[in-house]
Ligand binder design. Structure first.
Ligand code: ZN
Ligand code: ZN
Length: 601
């Protein structure tokens, strides 16, 4: 089959006319059909492809109009759903079906899908158009190509640690309004130590630029390129991360996701150390699973970029992501609905080889939520934040509540925070041993985009084995997306750990924070199991979380404190931090994994 697409490429998020034409290789008679499905990125809403827009056939002057034309023929237009392996309709992709009702077509004739006033995808990529001739899906179908917009946000990303004098990678990344690498160019830029020496001059690039730098002096440093300040990097003879990644990314293989290549985005745009792409179980057939495993393994590059294998189960009992230690894992037959519950599925998973992480704990999409002891052996971590909002504690007024979700730009669709003991703090107050990560839950193949959540894993090397061990050991924390450095210890035990002491023992709490911007507050929360209440063990307000007016007083980027308190009974502590300035309108937070302090038997 031969195809033509006009225009060959268009800007992202532009209202355009597009024509996809097929040269038939067979005759078609009355009742036979030609169908097209637009790429997922063309049917998902531009700010969140979870939500759908459909073409319409009624009003040629209206938005998102579609018709199918061929000379000497007339078609009846309809939209048909595409079934997922589990029997549900695929999120938002619909077949645009044109059934021949007048005339007939011969091999060599052209049939064209004409889109008018149609908004192009927000993702800059080449998305595949699916084509069916008389219900037979065709191979090697054409693509719709979109090009990025102008720069909106400049990022400067460095690793969080390196050895003195050792070269490390520096990424300068310019993003457009939809987090694509922008089309803007930079000329003769200078990379320097923040407020100090020039590291490299004459930097010219479009979209992104990658180079290496070295720092000899031990300690925490930041770099600067144009208006962008880098995340802090700790120069130390014994680097151990944290490594940064997104454990929760969807793409077009999700039931309602878009985007072709999350791995390239993770590595080359977000400069992540690791990623887990987690297709929705409802979209996974055996074939798709094998494809997913192969793609994940192909993208795993031990030592420099880790691809963690996993998938998402979003059934009754709450949404969970399932991750595997190695290059393969257990997948169930999605048509077997007897397994559509964590309590039925988890026992099939090898406890050592898998890790399960619940997410958006307080959203009302799944009944039977909460924390169940029988699931705990599989669950090392909770996802405390994602693009949906924070799951730290019940607070509909929180600037990061599900109700305030900026992904939807305050459109009328939003999730509600359920008032129930189903948040991270509730789990911890119940004595549950869960660590903390944040990850985006993006549905646009854009893991690690700036404000949707990142996981920090402390590990000696960037490999599947080391990162998985860190997850199992809760040697983790989460942020809204900024690579803030957190160090949190009690009597020398680091976050995620557990210590046992005698009554009256002095607990030495040590906190060290290095922000990516001015800090607003640093807070250590404590819950004593005797009363189950959350209290502040420490609080320092450094600035308001505003970002709207310049403050003449010096901004605090780095903060350390050490304090003592007496052990009086079993308790859990964690560190939470906020920064002054939002990034792209999203407030900036970080949350450590807790430390548990128990009475020595
Ligand atoms: Zn989910
Ligand atoms: Zn998800």
């Amino acid at each position: 089959m031969e195809y033509e697409v006009e225009p060959e490429a268009m800007g992202v998020d532009r209202v355009s006319d597009v024509r996809v034409s097929v040269k038939l290789d067979r005759d078609l008679g009355s009742g036979q059909s030609v169908s097209f499905a637009l790429p997922e990125a063309w049917t998902g809403q531009r700010y969140c492809p979870t939500y759908t827009r459909f073409p319409q056939f009624a009003d040629p002057g209206g938005e998102d109009y579609a018709e199918v034309r061929a000379e000497g023929a007339r078609f009846d237009m309809s939209l048909e759903t595409i079934q997922l392996p589990g029997g549900l309709p695929k999120g938002h992709v619909r077949k645009i079906k044109a059934a021949l009702v007048e005339g007939c077509l011969a091999a060599g004739d052209h049939v064209a899908l004409q889109l008018r006033n149609y908004r192009s995808a927000a993702l800059a990529e080449a998305g595949t158009v699916r084509v069916w001739i008389d219900e037979q899906e065709q191979a090697d179908t054409p693509k719709l190509k979109t090009l990025p917009g102008e720069a909106e946000l400049l990022r400067l990303i460095v690793p969080s640690c390196a050895k003195p004098g050792e070269p490390f990678t520096v990424s300068v990344v310019s993003l457009d309004a939809f987090w694509n690498l922008s089309c803007s160019s930079y000329r003769e830029g200078v990379l320097r130590m923040d407020g100090g020496d020039v590291l490299e001059e004459g930097i010219s690039f479009t979209g992104s630029y990658r180079t290496t730098a070295r720092i000899d002096a031990p300690g925490v440093h930041r770099l600067r390129f144009a208006e962008a300040l880098s995340n802090p990097i700790r120069i130390t003879p014994e680097p151990r991360g944290p490594y940064w990644g997104d454990l929760h990314s969807h793409d077009k293989t999700h039931n309602c996701g878009a985007g072709e290549d999350p791995y390239t985005y993770a590595r080359d745009v977000s400069a992540l150390d690791f990623v887990a792409v987690v297709p929705d179980y409802r979209a996974i057939s055996r074939d798709l699973w094998e494809e997913h495993v192969a793609r994940c393994n192909r993208n795993d590059d031990p030592g420099s970029f880790t691809a963690i294998l996993g998938y998402e189960v979003g059934f009754r009992g709450g949404h969970h992501n399932i991750y595997f230690r190695g290059s393969d894992g257990y997948i169930f037959d999605v048509a077997d609905s007897s397994l559509w519950s964590p309590d039925k599925l988890l026992p099939h998973l090898d406890r050592e080889q898998s890790a399960v992480v619940p997410h958006h704990l307080g959203i009302d999409w799944s009944p039977h939520k909460g924390f169940y002891p029988q699931r705990d052996p599989w669950i090392p971590l909770l996802e405390i934040y994602s693009q949906h909002g924070q799951s730290e504690f019940y607070s509909p007024e929180h600037s990061l509540s599900y109700e305030c979700n900026r992904t939807r730009h305050h459109e009328d669709k939003y999730a509600t925070s359920v008032e129930a003991p189903i948040y991270a703090r509730d789990a911890w107050a119940q004595g549950r041993r869960y660590g903390t990560v944040a990850s985006s839950d993006n549905h646009s193949a854009q893991p690690g985009k700036p404000v949707k959540g990142l996981a920090a894993l402390f590990a000696p090397a960037n490999t599947r084995e080391a990162l998985f061990a860190a997850m199992k050991a809760r040697s983790t924390y989460g942020t809204t997306g900024e690579r803030i450095l957190l160090d949190f210890r009690i009597n020398g035990t680091e976050m995620g750990g557990e210590i046992f002491v005698e009554d009256g023992t002095a607990l030495t709490v040590e906190v060290e924070v290095h922000g990516t911007g001015g800090l607003a507050f640093v807070e250590v929360m404590r819950c004593r199991f005797s009363n189950g209440l959350w209290e502040r063990a420490f609080y320092e307000r450094l600035r308001e979380m505003d970002g709207f007016h310049e403050n003449p007083i010096e901004t605090v980027y780095d903060f350390a404190v050490r304090f003592e308190e007496e052990f009086t009974g079993d308790a859990v502590y964690y560190l939470r931090v906020g920064q002054r300035y939002p990034v792209a309108e999203w407030p900036v937070f970080a949350w450590s994994s807790p430390i548990w302090v128990g009475r020595k038997a």
